[in-house]
Design a protein around this ligand. Structure first.
Ligand code: SF4
Length: 454
């Protein structure tokens, strides 16, 4: 451990289990008291002229990466995929009957799992169903997560023909030894080839997802992967810390045998990769994203409008996001609604015209105002609490206990407070999670599993 790093208030936040606040309240607080009937009522109440975003989940992969924290299942049986596609189409048809019209989509995102496990014909068929359900005439972005190991040139062409504009490539680490250890063999040349296919097909917006905190990684090796990534010129990079939660994902357990880095080494890895991106002209977006200065994320960040959702940091300003597929979460103005996670049950529900929502959370006024504060902190690393809560008829005086809870962080030099204004002063952006947590009045009373900060 670098002894200088142990000072500077690090131990107030580093290694603490705190939500990443991709939503507030976090998903572990969803409950089964919220039903498909509640969702149907909320859908009918959506403003028919407001654009929405849509998320489609494809919960299949061909091979399990040992670090995986996603909701997926491993299959090599094409009939399972085609059965799932039929289920997605059934869910879309049911959804269409509950919407107050053909809503306009601003952003469409495919995640997984591995969305590109669908074959070209299935990709085209899914887009046909989506276009029959929603109005795509004003769409700003269609993004898809890509596994470079399983995508083909034909699939890329089908994506381009369907209107996909952005691809996020799961890269994680270019070191073959790390790849072997985590069961994800993916040579640099393969990623390079996929970038070429994407660009020559017209999908020019390319993101890379990188990960640190895996066994065998060092600050130098993580920086090497960062440098290699930049030779392929992605527009955006996500740099995530590996979330080791073997109690929830038992397949992660074998990684412990190879030694996992401690919280100080994690911070050194993050700093090493971060330095590569910053030195090369990429700008930091939020806690863990980087983008070229001309990227749309930089523009919304500079305007103070960066948003945070289940996919991370985004320029998507839509209030409503409809989630399609097993385990998908929808966010509507009045709350969160989550689909059945178990595949067979999800497929049975949609096959009988039922909305597959089985849990969720109706937001209280208190949730809404705290969500607004937490989102501003997570996106801007600063917030004028009075300004954020004024639209809710509140002032900073209503959050006196939260402001008092920030005192130790202020004393340690992590933040500066000036009246109602909070500003992160720590050089470590991820420390914002502990500052945001001061405004979270749900998490401290329960202890679900969250990843560690760092
Ligand atoms: S490809 Fe992604 S979703 Fe699939 S097993 Fe690997 S990490 Fe998990």
């Amino acid at each position: 451990m670098n002894t200088n790093m142990a000072s500077n208030g690090l131990d107030l936040w580093l290694g603490k289990q705190i939500p990443r606040y991709t939503s507030y309240p976090p998903a572990p607080f969803f409950h089964d008291g919220v039903t498909s009937l509640d969702y149907a009522t909320a859908l009918r109440a959506l403003p028919p002229t407001d654009p929405i975003s849509v998320y489609v989940h494809v919960p299949f992969c061909k091979q399990l990466c040992l670090y995986c924290g996603c909701h997926t299942s491993i299959t090599r049986r094409p009939e399972r995929i085609s059965r799932y596609l039929t289920a997605l189409q059934a869910e879309l048809a049911t959804l269409a009957r509950h919407l107050p019209g053909q809503l306009a989509v601003s952003h469409l995102h495919f995640g997984g799992g591995t969305p590109t496990i669908l074959n070209p014909e299935e990709i085209l068929a899914l887009f046909q169903s989506l276009r029959a359900t929603f109005d795509f005439s004003k769409v700003q972005e269609i993004a898809i997560e890509i596994d470079p190991r399983t995508v083909t040139k034909e699939k890329v062409q089908a994506l381009a023909a369907s209107g996909v504009t952005r691809a996020s490539l799961g890269v994680q680490d270019f070191n073959p030894a790390v790849q072997k250890l985590v069961n994800r063999h993916q040579p640099f040349s393969q990623v390079q080839k996929v970038c070429d296919w994407l660009r020559s097909s017209g999908i020019v917006h390319i993101n890379f997802d990188l990960m640190y905190g895996l066994p065998m990684q060092t600050p130098d090796s993580v920086a090497d992967t960062a440098r290699q990534s930049l030779t392929l010129a992605p527009e955006r990079i996500s740099l995530f810390s590996y979330a080791h939660v073997p109690q929830v994902k038992p397949h992660q357990k074998p990684l412990e045998a190879h030694g996992l880095p401690d919280k100080y080494h994690l911070l050194e890895m993050d700093s090493a990769a971060r330095a590569v991106f910053k030195d090369t002209g990429y700008r930091e977006i939020g806690m863990d994203h980087f983008a070229r200065p001309d990227d749309a994320l930089c523009h919304v960040m500079d305007a103070g409008n960066l948003r945070r959702n289940f996919q991370g940091y985004t320029d998507d300003l839509a209030v409503t996001m409809l989630g399609i597929g097993a385990s998908s979460i929808s966010r509507l103005p009045n709350g969160y609604y989550q689909n059945e996670r178990e595949l067979r049950t999800y497929q049975d529900l949609v096959a009988t015209d039922q909305i597959p929502v089985v849990r969720g959370l109706v937001l209280t006024q208190d949730d809404l105002v705290r969500s607004a504060i937490i989102e501003r902190l997570m996106c801007n690393f600063a917030a004028d609490i009075d300004a954020v809560v004024a639209p809710f008829g509140k002032t900073v005086a209503d959050f006196k206990d939260c402001m008092e809870a920030l005192k130790p962080y202020q004393d340690a030099g992590l933040i500066a407070i000036d009246g109602a204004k909070i500003q992160l002063t720590s050089p470590y952006r991820m420390a914002i999670r502990v500052i945001a947590a001061a405004f979270d009045n749900r998490t401290p009373t329960k202890t679900p599993t969250y990843s560690r900060v760092g």
